[in-house]
Design a protein around this ligand. Structure first.
Ligand code: LMR
Length: 349
């Protein structure tokens, strides 16, 4: 009996060792070291969430930034980009950033005005005339002053990116003059200055999240909206709007934001590499944004059932004059005339 028990134990033991060797569980050689595994133990991951399509000034820049960061850090930092509000949307992305649930977001500066009222200066109508003026303001000392406003929010501002000039689209009737906006429900980004802009011409501003604009236009819950050619084309707004008026009445641009705690946790060498990647992306991005809006406007011009009008110089001047009270609103409600004065020194009147 004793022999039988010892025999059985030995057989089970031998069988287990045999299976172990066959499955490579025992005496397994370590896997050959290859690129896939390189630095896995030390890798830093940045999740970057944004709300637009990939083929847009912001979408392309986010991907370019990811590439450059990976290249400059020799793969030590990986940036995973989540476009199209697939991770966080307009409503929840800033809170997610502050909580450290996501490391980076790229909201329009207009959407940040809920937290940073001084950024409304960038929403003032007819403030900028050219993309170069926007570049000089956003990438110079004024941009730095605006980014410094983020400090109390534990958010690091890496810089600003550009999309382009906004135009108007509408459903049933074209907008040839500002009077045509009267009574229309117009979607805006959540910025008091933008809301004031539409109230001033008798329209009804409706602040809603970018990811809902298409369906709300489709349902006629809103009748018009303002945006760049690139956003209008990439989100297919032309399918649910019949008219576009080239007004160039304001700009749309972005703040590139990182969770401050995460930024502070990075070794200084990596911070430097990220800063370089950001600078390189920004230079490239401003040029691409202009080209992309030109290209997307040409595509919009070729569409059937989508009419594009250029607001005449005379109507443009009337529109600008009509919107002067928006500046009065800004002076009365946003306690910072200095930034506007500095911008006015850079832009042509
Ligand atoms: C919008 O909401 O219209 C834009 O801010 C979308 C974007 O991020 O470009």
């Amino acid at each position: 009996m004793k022999k039988f028990i010892i025999g059985s134990i030995l057989s089970v033991l031998l069988l287990t060792i045999g299976i172990g060797i066959q499955q490579g569980l025992l005496f397994a050689k370590p896997l050959p070291y290859d690129d896939e595994q390189k630095g896995l133990d030390t890798q830093i991951t940045i999740h970057l969430s944004h709300v637009v399509a990939e083929n847009t000034p912001k979408g392309l820049a986010a991907n370019k930034f990811a590439e450059l960061v990976e290249e400059k850090t020799d793969g030590e930092v990986k940036v995973h980009v989540y476009p199209n509000a697939s991770f966080y949307n307009d409503e929840n992305e800033f809170k997610a950033l502050q909580n450290g649930d996501v490391e980076m977001i790229i909201p329009t500066f207009s959407k940040m005005t809920t937290y940073l009222p001084k950024w409304q200066v960038l929403d003032l109508p007819y403030l900028f005339n050219t993309d170069e003026e926007v570049h000089d303001v956003l990438t110079g000392s004024i941009g730095e002053q605006l980014l410094a406003e983020l400090e109390p929010y534990q958010v690091k501002g890496l810089g600003f990116w550009h999309n382009g000039f906004k135009h108007l689209t509408s459903a049933d009737l074209p907008i040839h003059t500002f009077e045509n906006l009267q009574g229309l429900r117009v979607r805006t980004m959540p910025s008091k200055t933008l809301e004031k802009q539409f109230e001033t011409v008798g329209a009804i501003p409706v602040p809603i999240s970018f990811s809902e604009v298409f369906s709300d236009l489709e349902k006629h819950a809103i009748e018009a909206q303002e945006n760049t050619a690139s956003n209008i084309y990439s989100k297919g707004f032309y399918k649910v709007q019949q008219h576009m008026t080239l007004t160039k009445h304001g700009i749309l641009g972005y703040s590139v934001l990182m969770n401050e705690k995460f930024w502070q946790s990075l070794p200084s060498k990596i911070q430097k590499q990220i800063t370089e990647a950001m600078k390189e992306t920004t230079d490239w991005q401003f040029e691409q944004a202009v080209l992309m809006n030109e290209k997307d406007l040409r595509k919009l011009q070729q569409l059937d059932n989508f009419e594009i009008y250029k607001m005449s110089a005379k109507e443009r001047a009337r529109f600008k004059e009509k919107l002067v009270p928006v500046y009065d609103y800004y002076y009365a409600n946003v306690d910072d005339e200095k930034i506007l004065e500095q911008i006015q020194k850079i832009v042509s009147p």
